[in-house]
Design a binder for this molecule. Structure first.
Ligand code: G4P
Length: 529
């Protein structure tokens, strides 16, 4: 073992890269902010939430986000805590951005799922959970807003198991108390954390006494103590056992209760979470698993974002480091093009600031200036030519014809159109033999964001005329004669591949049944796109 290897291994072991997922309003922003606060990355709790009224925060850039109060862009924040180097990936809560979320989750080693204690598992929780499941990453659950009247904890556990289909193990458990006070019993350390009139304290029972400790009984009073004892007995008897191996394989979710806004239960949660979550592991490539400890640097681009800072007018490609050590000015191979690229001035995102990164390790996310050379899914590696597994793409389901409102803004319109397409925000199709451009998206809100961004970032107002199509299928092998026989709406994608648009399953099946020799692919199945 060389000194270099030892240093790399030490850095990797201290990394925790995770995404926070939630239905809007469950408390993702509040939790992010609290964790940054504990990590000393922000001085005042509340400074990130201030974005909603005045400033852009590092985790949310878009004005539209302020207007709507939803997280549209995804970003990464880094800070240190208790000897760990932490990367938090922010994911959009809105379902219309599920494609963006999916790509972001490919860069995460685990996920934290926030649930509102009064609302339980909500629509977007289900969708995001499913995406995490597909990734096979460990999922931790935080049931938030314990300070408010919520649903019965046992009922919430049932819901997690039945609706999401994952076993759960609560690490702590709410202890009922007189109004204005509430408690959390730690099932492993047996301590009781209390919040009384906003003051947080802790009772550590005498050795071996656990729930039977007199001070603990006294703090709760007979009735609440009896309930807690019964519920803990039920969990111990009928609940899942705790198995770290299952947690790490994403088969069991550790559950924590607490209140992000008051900080109650957060430090305990974070401490346990950091121990249970996995450090960066190997990444699949066409040359097998690339271990993070491999000597040579490698990484992949999972997100491109233009105009993150309106003052800078720049475009950033987010890269997840997968192996080796990254150093500024490193020369790497951009495998798709085979070109060597010098990575100068890469950035990291620390709370409200961007910093120039001098070095980064597996698990870290760095922002690279993108003069238009990167694509989502690109592999960058030092002295190699392997490619990481392709990031999945989703077939668009909504289509609209786009036209510039002002012909004199033609240049701005085209620049915006091409940059937003490269970001993966929308897909663009051309109608052969015409100048017509058609946008394809997965969710309705993407249209609005597209329109808004073209106007605010490029100064090009556009009209969108909705089209009746809902299905896109790629055709690889059809000649013009066959295509005209299919009598479908034919367009070309950004790679000049032929795509057919259909209004519904019925019209798709009609074409399929009458043309058995033509293979139609969804974007996910498509062999070459
Ligand atoms: P999100 O990012 O998941 O959408 O949720 P966010 O953190 O913005 O929280 C949504 C609302 O829930 C906020 O209230 C926030 O203050 C509140 N909240 C978060 N954690 C807790 C908690 O532990 N207990 C209670 N009682 N409330 C919590 P808001 O009124 O929408 O915004 P604000 O005026 O507080 O900024």
């Amino acid at each position: 073992m060389t000194l270099q290897y030892d240093e790399l291994k030490k850095q990797i072991d201290s990394r925790r890269t995770f995404a926070i997922i939630s239905h809007p309003d469950a408390g993702k922003t509040t939790m992010t902010e609290k964790l940054l606060f504990y990590g000393g990355a922000i001085r005042l709790a509340g400074s990130i939430k201030g974005r909603k009224t005045k400033k852009y925060a590092a985790s949310d850039w878009m004005e539209m986000e302020r207007e709507r109060g939803i997280s549209i862009t995804s970003s990464a924040l880094q800070f240190s805590y208790n000897g760990y180097r932490i990367n938090i990936l922010d994911t959009p809560g809105h379902q219309d951005f599920s494609e963006d979320t999916y790509r972001t989750l490919t860069a995460a080693d685990s996920a934290l799922m926030m649930i509102d204690m009064a609302k339980g598992v909500e629509a977007q929780t289900k969708k995001l959970f499913k995406v995490c499941r597909m990734q096979g990453i460990p999922i931790f659950t935080f049931i938030n807003k314990l300070d408010r009247q919520g649903r019965e904890p046992l009922e919430l556990l049932d819901e997690i198991e039945n609706v999401l289909g994952i076993g759960s193990y609560p690490l702590n458990w709410p202890a009922g108390m007189a109004s204005g006070s509430y408690g959390l019993y730690d099932r492993r350390l047996h301590k009781l954390e209390l919040s009384q009139g906003g003051r947080i304290s802790e009772i550590m029972p005498a050795n071996g006494l656990g729930l039977e400790d007199a001070a603990l009984k006294n703090a709760l009073g007979d009735s609440f103590h009896d309930t807690l004892r019964d519920e803990i007995a039920l969990l111990d008897g009928a609940g899942d056992n705790f198995e770290l191996d299952k947690v790490r394989k994403g088969l069991l979710t550790p559950v924590f209760f607490g209140s992000a806004i008051s900080g109650f239960g957060i430090e305990t949660f974070f401490h346990e979470f950091l121990q249970m979550a996995t450090p960066p592991g190997g990444t699949k490539s066409n040359e097998g698993l690339i271990e993070p400890t491999a000597e040579k640097f490698s990484g992949f681009i999972f997100k491109i974002q233009a105009n993150m800072n309106p003052a800078h007018r720049d475009r950033i490609a987010f890269l997840r480091v997968c192996s080796g050590k990254f150093e500024q000015d490193k020369v790497v191979n951009l495998v798709r093009t085979g070109k060597n690229i010098k990575l100068s001035q890469p950035q990291q995102f620390l709370a409200q600031n961007r910093n120039i990164v001098e070095e980064a390790y597996p698990g870290d996310i760095i922002g690279l200036f993108d003069p238009g050379i990167y694509q989502i899914g690109d592999t960058l590696c030092e002295g190699g030519s392997f490619q990481f597994e392709k990031l999945p793409r989703f077939s668009p389901e909504l289509f609209a014809k786009v036209t510039a409102r002002d012909a004199t803004k033609y240049k701005q319109y085209h620049k915006g159109l091409s940059q937003l397409t490269e970001e993966g925000a929308v897909q663009v199709f051309k109608v052969p033999g015409t100048d017509e451009i058609i946008l394809g998206v997965v969710g309705e809100l993407q249209f609005e964001v597209f329109q808004h961004r073209l106007q605010s970032e490029y100064g090009a107002a556009v009209n969108l005329q909705r089209l009746p199509y809902h299905l896109a299928r790629w055709v690889m092998d059809a000649d013009p004669e066959t295509l005209s026989r299919l009598r479908s709406f034919v367009v070309k994608d950004a790679n000049d591949k032929t795509v057919l648009l259909f209004e519904n399953e019925y019209s798709l099946n009609y074409v399929k049944n009458n043309n058995p020799s033509v293979t139609l692919y969804t974007l996910e199945e498509c062999p070459v796109v």
